[in-house]
Ligand binder design. Structure first.
Ligand code: FPP
Length: 264
């Protein structure tokens, strides 16, 4: 068996079928619908983002309570720079205020924070804030909260390929490369692949999120706008997830009973 040789070791879903489980270990979310939520209420779009932060808070809490080990939130994509300048600036300020205000509480609750994406495009004070928040919470073990910021799945694959190429140049030979070699250089090499992907807001696309890691992720789409997505809505997604037969290429007769039979 070849596994990703990171600090923790995780099996790749395409190399070996992971053990079946009733509860997703890793949930990844596209928090969509903030703008429409606000527009429906005749509020400026950014009011939806402010309200969305409340949902982030309650979702972190709900996932901790349900023993989810990894929660990954797509806060700002590499394509979101194309939005009006005012909205981009607002989102940056919101990100900074979340980092400044929430990190103490996260730390007290045993949450490890990681931020993935091309952080070089952020102002240096934001980069420093991210580094401090990650360092402060580095040893926490209750749940890992990953914020994807200026993240794109294609950027991630490209930077991983670049690192492999740089290694080959340094070694003056082109080594044989397999998927484990590449996955070690992905921004989220520290986490298992997501079991469950949730996208709120009615669209049914991946929008350049975790393109590599979603190989065998269960994809759940809901019309609920992110500011309205609450613990009950999460439980509906988890109920749906439990109905999935995760075969990873096998047939039904080959599957074992799921290991953690308790509800999340
Ligand atoms: C998509 O809704 C949402 C975003 C691009 C930003 C998400 C940001 C937050 C929820 C707040 C900050 C979060 C953290 C973790 C710091 P949209 O604006 O595309 O909505 P629409 O499709 O209705 O226009």
């Amino acid at each position: 068996m070849r596994v990703c040789e990171t600090a923790m070791t995780y099996t790749s879903s395409t190399i070996e079928a992971p053990a079946a489980a009733q509860c997703p270990r890793h949930i990844a979310i596209i928090m969509d619908g903030n703008g429409r939520w606000a527009t429906q209420r005749r509020l400026p779009r950014v009011a939806g983002h402010t309200k969305g932060v409340e949902t982030v808070r309650s979702m972190v809490e709900a996932c901790v309570r349900r023993n989810v080990s990894y929660l990954t939130l797509f806060a700002f994509s590499s394509e979101n720079w194309r939005r009006p300048t005012d909205e981009v600036s607002f989102l940056m300020r919101l990100f900074v205020s979340v980092l400044e205000r929430e990190i103490g509480k996260m730390h007290a609750n045993g949450i490890r924070l990681r931020v993935i994406g091309d952080l070089t495009k952020f102002e240096s004070h934001i980069q420093e804030l991210i580094r401090c928040a990650e360092a402060k919470t580095a040893n926490n073990q209750r749940m890992t909260l990953t914020i994807a910021a200026n993240y794109g799945g294609r950027w991630d694959l490209t930077q991983a390929a670049y690192k492999l190429a740089a290694q080959a140049v340094a070694a003056k030979e082109v080594p044989s490369i397999d998927e484990v070699d590449l996955s070690k250089h992905l921004a989220m090499a520290y986490a298992p692949e997501p079991d469950l992907f949730i996208r709120t807001g009615g669209e049914q696309r991946l929008s350049n999120f975790l393109l590599w890691q979603f190989a065998y992720t269960e994809l759940y789409f809901t019309d609920t706008f992110w500011p309205d997505f609450d613990a009950q809505a999460l439980d509906l997604a988890l109920d749906w997830y439990r109905q999935r037969e995760r075969r990873f290429g096998r047939i039904s007769a080959q599957l074992e009973a799921p290991k953690n039979l308790l509800s999340c």
